[in-house]
Ligand binder design. Structure first.
Ligand code: SF4
Length: 440
């Protein structure tokens, strides 16, 4: 059984959010003869829900609010003057769904942000109550970034701290003695089965990953930590997956989860987009993860537009160019202007082009962030504040710990981006003004 647990936070929004890693594991297990049970507590179309609770209507392209219930803030967050919620189907439905499933050989729970561990704890304790003898495996980002905390605080039997496909097959072999027959080759991503999206009762969109990792190494980002090598799928394999979901399941919306979608454009995504245009498939693509500004030129922008991209996000982070240099210099004013001109001339509207701006990194001031917001607005684009969450093990982590007003190393709840944990000086009013400025 594979579980995507509820999440506990001040806010959350379903922006094409699916547990892609867990879906890859489900597919790998099925390819090896396992029968899998799928339980995504965050699924707005949770099968057992029926009309029992009000699912928020989906917005365009399948995105929308999660079902949520107010919670008491955990002790560490008692002083924070904001409401705290549990996102996901109510616990009673979660329990009912577990009770419908025959005792599994193993339960796999995934995890994402380090500060969402209370949702993992909730899932673990419920599973233990219903299946006290079943081995429990925890994987995902939190398990990989904070293995000691994850093991000590959740009482799981096994942890998977890196890529899961090979690890889960090995682990299950140790438990049941079954030799896997189809082990994906980590050096050839085309050997991986397509993620098991068909386990969802309704499929408004599918998430695609055309490569794993990122060739850059920005100091605030965990990409290199989690995927030390940049590996890519072949265009043929990606086209086959899009065909599979579109023709087999009628899916029209696809969200790319790539960290570096446009890198090696002519060898990977370029041929995919050309083929989609040739086939005449009527699809909509979304890039909720940032696109690399330097990789956008007029021919590429035209291809993105003609293939059906509807949502674009550019990874700019700051228009303070001195600061940009200290973070690796992935954008400069010239490349930003060239990319924006190419996108607009291709047909994209300024509304479609969201620009991520990091807010709250060590050393950043409110004035500096406001300056970046204004700069992006002047270009006719939509600034999107990406509130900084300090991530253990990243190059910026020691500095984050040194400047934060919270003991980050002691309590992952303080990594929460809503707290702006590394912004100094800090005030809730000023942070709100910043958000209003970005939205206005
Ligand atoms: S380019 Fe993006 S994904 Fe790659 S290291 Fe930088 S922030 Fe992370």
């Amino acid at each position: 059984m594979l579980i995507n647990p509820p999440l506990w936070d001040f806010s959350a929004f379903d922006l094409w959010a699916k547990p892609l890693g867990l879906l890859y594991l489900a597919a790998t297990l099925r390819a090896n003869g396992y029968r899998v049970h799928w339980l995504d507590v965050l699924d707005p179309h949770f099968p057992q829900a029926g009309d029992l609770f009000p699912i928020s209507p989906r917005k365009r392209y399948g995105i929308g609010q999660y079902f949520r219930q107010r919670l008491e803030r955990p002790r560490a967050l008692k002083e924070i003057p904001r409401y705290y919620y549990r996102f996901g189907v109510p616990p009673r439905l979660f329990r009912d769904a577990l009770l419908e499933i025959p005792e599994p050989q193993a339960v796999l729970i995934t995890s994402l942000m380090t500060y969402w561990y209370p949702g993992v704890q909730e899932a673990v304790s419920l599973v233990k109550e219903v299946f006290p003898r079943t081995p429990l495996v925890l994987g995902g980002l939190y398990a990989g970034l904070l293995p000691d905390h994850a093991k000590a605080r959740n009482g799981v039997d096994y942890l998977i701290t890196g890529e899961g496909e090979g690890a889960i097959l090995k682990l299950l072999k140790g438990l049941n003695g079954l030799t896997p027959v189809k082990i994906p080759d980590p050096e050839d991503l085309d050997t991986y089965p397509f993620p098991a999206f068909d386990l969802y009762p309704r499929l408004p969109y599918v998430c695609l990953l055309t490569a794993r990792g990122c060739p850059s190494n920005c100091p605030y980002c965990a990409s290199r930590l989690l995927q030390p090598l940049f590996r890519e799928r072949s265009p043929e394999n990606i086209i086959e997956e899009i065909r599979h979901w579109h023709q087999g399941y009628g899916v029209k919306d696809f969200a790319f989860y790539d960290d570096a979608l446009l890198i090696h454009f002519e060898q990977r995504i370029g041929p995919v987009l050309e083929r989609i245009i040739r086939e005449g498939w009527d699809l909509r693509f979304h890039a909720p993860n940032a696109l690399q500004v330097r990789e956008i030129d007029p021919p590429r922008a035209r291809l993105l537009y003609r293939a059906g991209f509807k949502t674009l996000r550019l990874g700019v982070e700051t228009t303070n160019w001195e600061r940009q240099q200290t973070w690796g210099g992935k954008v400069d004013p010239g490349s930003l202007q060239r990319a924006v001109r190419a996108l607009i001339e291709s047909g994209f509207s300024g509304e479609q082009i969201g620009v991520y701006l990091l807010a709250g990194l060590p050393g950043q001031t409110l004035r500096e962030i406001a300056g970046s917001i204004m700069e992006i607005k002047k270009m006719g684009l939509r600034p999107r504040l990406a509130e900084y969450s300090p991530i253990p093990g990243t190059p910026l982590w020691p500095e984050a710990c040194a400047v934060s007003r919270f003991p980050l190393a002691e309590e992952p709840l303080y990594h929460n981006n809503s707290l702006f944990p590394c912004l100094n000086p800090f005030s809730w009013d000023q942070v709100q003004q910043l958000k209003d400025l970005a939205r206005a």
